[in-house]
Design a protein around this ligand. Structure first.
Ligand code: SF4
Ligand code: SF4
Length: 178
């Protein structure tokens, strides 16, 4: 019995220390580790794709008078990475940060406001100014026109449809004559 215990002790001494010294030394997460999501608000368009993808509803998007309010509640985060996958602008990345203990939930929350564009005809929300500007730039490049030559980008879907119908009705008699 004593011999077997001594043998066990010897094996343990030979093995040396096999545990990490964390938290006395930093623990480096392995490659691919998903820690707290990091938001780069300078890249955010306010499209809300991250909010729709988040299974734990961490990202709340609400429209206020002239601004879209984005609240990122990372205290509810499950570190799944769906928001980073969904973001078309690379505005969210998964960091390796895991030391998130805090006595204040606000440390894990970020609020951002983005300017809204309302329909020039009826006042309905069309999108954020960043979304509309980006779309205008892309269309202008593709169509080789000036970005400010497309005022209809600032109309809501209903007003665009009604405007198209009105234009079609005006054109109809001319087409019949041809
Ligand atoms: S990592 Fe997952 S749970 Fe956390 S904010 Fe992104 S989508 Fe939501
Ligand atoms: S998906 Fe990206 S661009 Fe869209 S609201 Fe989220 S962070 Fe912003």
């Amino acid at each position: 019995m004593i011999t077997s215990k001594l043998k066990e002790a010897l094996i343990c001494f030979r093995a040396g220390r096999v545990t990490l010294r964390y938290p006395f030394e930093p623990s480096v997460p392995p490659e691919g580790f998903r820690g707290q999501p990091q938001l780069d608000i300078t890249k955010c368009l306010g499209c809300g794709a991250c909010s729709m993808a988040c299974p734990t509803r961490c990202i709340e998007v609400t429209n206020e008078a002239e601004q879209r309010r984005m609240e990122y509640c990372f205290d509810r985060c499950s570190y799944c990475g769906e928001c980073a996958e969904a973001c078309p602008e690379g505005g969210i990345t998964m960091s390796s940060e895991f030391e998130l203990a805090t006595d204040s939930v606000t440390d894990l929350r970020t609020v951002a406001y983005l300017d809204l564009v309302r329909c020039e005809s009826c006042g309905e929300v069309v999108g954020t100014a960043r979304e509309i500007d980006k779309l205008a730039q892309e269309l202008a490049t593709k169509m080789n026109v000036a970005a400010d030559s497309m005022p209809w980008l600032r109309w809501c879907a209903r007003c665009k449809r009604e405007s198209s119908l009105a234009t079609a009705q005006v054109l109809q008699p001319a087409e019949a004559h041809l």
